[in-house]
Design a protein around this ligand. Structure first.
Ligand code: DAK
Length: 259
């Protein structure tokens, strides 16, 4: 894994820490590191949920413009898959994820936050997709995930203008889920996902997958995805534990084992 991205695990929560001062600009190394950190977080049984955090000052100010500036069309054809891979790896992580957003989350940085299940923002956070101001458009899911999250009109407002939104506006349009004082962003993000530690992890995984995959297809196909994932949970011990616990002792929490 890259020095620019660390996976730190404490009390069942993995923190994917971006660490490339001053702005956590997402160069190729940090993009590779993010993919590796997501893979490790997905595989480790001591990680129930993930917080993506860029430190106290900034989440990430986007792809590294200085690195991109020298790239040709064919460079981009050859390497652009990676730019989508790091947000895809995050979006597909089969565990709950939250972006702890301090300072700027711009361009690829905003796209990293969009690939998480939730976003907790500092009062002074600023989010946006300013790629248009560089003569390009978002390329790591910004046109797609942003439109799905806040609706096409608001997404077009942000993507076509490149303007930044402050935390208050981001909350109002549904771009972030909570706004807290800057000093509390990381703790609040951990709190948000701590309820999944010690939970029925295969059911949590199936619920996330059913919602995410279902949103991409028609209702009947989505219901079929849900049906199959539902039936599959009858192969887990946690399903048996949860139901036995209710029948014998009343409503939970049941002593789930994540198996
Ligand atoms: N890349 C490289 N360096 C950056 C950077 C970035 N994105 N953002 C900031 N920096 C650097 C600045 O150049 C400056 O470096 P020095 O001059 O000190 O060497 C240092 O960080 C501090 O920045 P400022 O001096 O500008 O600080 P301010 O507080 O005045 O302003 C700012 C902070 C974040 C508002 C400003 O720096 C800014 O506007 N930064 C650029 C934000 C931006 O445009 N982000 C979008 C980048 S494009 C793709 C997938 C994804 C993408 C592309 C393709 N495919 C799959 C094909 C993604 C594209 C992007 O994200």
């Amino acid at each position: 894994m890259s020095d620019l991205v660390r996976l730190e695990v404490e009390d069942g929560i993995g923190t994917v820490r971006l660490d490339r001062p001053p702005m956590n600009a997402l160069n190729a190394e940090i993009q590779h590191g993010l993919v590796a950190a997501c893979r490790e977080a997905a595989e480790r049984s001591d990680v129930a949920a993930v917080v993506v955090y860029g430190g106290e000052k900034v989440f990430a100010a986007g792809a590294d413009i200085k690195e991109m500036e020298t790239m040709s069309y064919t460079d981009m054809v050859d390497h652009s898959g990676l730019l989508q891979d790091f947000t895809r790896a995050l979006a597909r992580l089969p565990k709950p994820t939250v972006a702890a957003v301090t300072g700027y989350a711009l361009g690829g940085g905003c796209e990293v936050a969009l690939a998480c299940d939730w976003r907790v923002a500092a009062e002074d956070a600023r989010l946006g997709q300013p790629e248009i101001l560089l003569g390009i458009i978002p390329g790591a899911g910004g046109t797609q995930r942003l439109a799905r999250l806040v609706g096409p009109a608001r997404a077009k407002d942000l993507v076509l203008s490149g303007r930044f939104v402050d935390a208050r506006e981001a909350l109002a349009i549904g771009l972030v889920d909570r706004v807290v004082p800057a000093a509390e962003v990381y703790t609040a993000s951990r709190e948000l996902v701590s309820r999944y530690v010690g939970g029925p992890s295969y059911a949590v995984r199936a619920a996330k997958e059913a919602i995410d995959r279902g949103l991409e297809v028609d209702l009947e196909t989505g219901l079929e995805i849900e049906r199959q994932l539902f039936a599959g949970l009858f192969a887990t011990r946690d399903r048996a534990t949860g139901m036995r616990h209710f029948v014998e002792k009343g409503k939970g929490p049941a002593p789930f084992e994540g198996s």
